[in-house]
Design a protein around this ligand. Structure first.
Ligand code: SF4
Length: 372
């Protein structure tokens, strides 16, 4: 038996934001959860079959669980009750010291709902603020307003919860309306979050505000400014898009970045299953509950993945296990001159915040060399 991590996808939202690429639907009045609940059981059975097919040890207790979406805080008491039963029926228990994170959107939760989730074992929350400026909240088509965001922050602060907030950068009209990201972060800090996830907006061709997006120079400066501000508040920039106070890193997300197994349930949810020391499978459940697609990763594909993931975090990449040291030394010297390297000691390479920003082109540089 092996303890494991699990992601569960709840696909409903109050309103669909105009930039969102996640699998989601608008919730209706009196929404029925029958299809979702049946689907979760079907998906769990598929995961069990996959484990058996690969001859891997059976599932033990849950180390980390992440309930994402969509807007899972809309699931309320009914969801907590269902999930409690679901875990029990399937013989699943939490490990000691587990981490159970739930995404919460401002204006999409009730106190009684959150109390039920807490009772079930939720001990970490991720709040979808995105911005604390009403102009930008409106431009993003979010369903909440800044008043609801502040009410949500106050609730979690007063309850003494461990929680993270999401912010988005590179928003439309940032230049024209002079977005002041420092003011937004200072405002959020009054409520003592322990973690920030900060994403740069990526848009599709048909995004309605493509012609008023800031240019790359603006967005890069904004990202580096956020990194400096959060570091000045004592946060570690521990992954490309994530900042945390010491001891408050996301355990669940670190499993992804270490290329460890994270199973997944829910429509379109993607799981990653390391079934031996050098083989893995990535699978994605179809939304219609008609099975899943999968991609097998062989040893060399896994190595590529490990290099990329290693460079994303402040644990860094052990370059000696992947590249010839003469090649790496030469390239790290060049990167260091450009300010992309935080640390390079005994072959362990950690990028700086500026390096994180350039990670894709740094990967291209690295992959000119053959992997060992
Ligand atoms: S609330 Fe989140 S998941 Fe729902 S549409 Fe907006 S960004 Fe997407």
């Amino acid at each position: 038996m092996q303890s494991f991590s699990l992601y569960i996808h709840y696909p409903f939202c109050k309103k669909l934001c105009n930039y969102c690429d996640f699998y989601k639907k608008t919730i209706s009045a009196g929404q029925s959860y029958e299809e979702l609940e049946k689907g979760l059981q079907t998906h769990f059975n598929s995961v069990l079959s996959l484990i058996e097919e690969k001859g891997a040890p059976s599932l033990g207790s849950i180390d980390t669980l992440y309930l994402g979406g969509g807007t899972p805080s809309l699931w309320g008491e009914e969801g907590a009750e269902f999930l409690g039963e679901f875990l029990k029926t399937n013989g699943l228990e939490f490990s000691n010291g587990h981490e159970f994170t739930m995404e919460v959107d401002p204006g999409a939760w009730t106190e009684s709902g959150l109390r039920s989730w807490h009772k079930l074992g939720v001990n970490r929350y991720s709040i979808g603020l995105q911005s604390l400026n009403s102009d930008f909240i409106e431009i993003m088509d979010r369903s909440h307003d800044v008043g609801e965001s502040l009410k949500t922050l106050k609730y979690f602060k007063d309850a003494g919860c461990n929680y993270s907030v999401d912010l988005m950068l590179g928003l439309p009209y940032s230049v024209e309306r002079k977005r002041k990201i420092r003011e937004e972060i200072d405002m959020a800090m009054d409520y003592r979050p322990s973690h920030f996830s900060v994403y740069i907006l990526k848009t599709r061709k048909n995004y309605p505000h493509n012609d008023v997006l800031p240019d790359d120079t603006f967005t890069s400066e904004e990202y580096l400014e956020v990194s400096e501000i959060l570091k000045s508040y004592g946060f570690d920039h521990y992954e490309v898009s994530n900042f945390a106070l010491p001891g408050k890193y996301s355990e669940h997300n670190q499993k992804y970045w270490r290329a460890q197994t994270v199973h997944a349930l829910g429509p379109n949810a993607t799981g990653f299953f390391m079934f031996s020391s050098n083989q893995a499978v990535r699978y994605q459940h179809r939304p219609s509950n008609t099975g899943y697609s999968k991609e097998e990763l062989n040893e060399s594909e896994l190595k590529l993945e490990q290099v990329y993931l290693g460079l994303r975090t402040n644990s860094g990449l052990d370059t000696r296990t992947h590249f010839r040291s003469s090649q790496v030394t030469e390239i790290v010297k060049k990167w260091n001159g450009l300010g992309y390297v935080h640390k390079f000691e005994s072959g362990q390479l950690v990028l700086s915040s500026k390096g994180y920003l350039m990670i894709d082109s740094l990967m291209d540089d690295l992959f000119r060399f053959e992997l060992l």
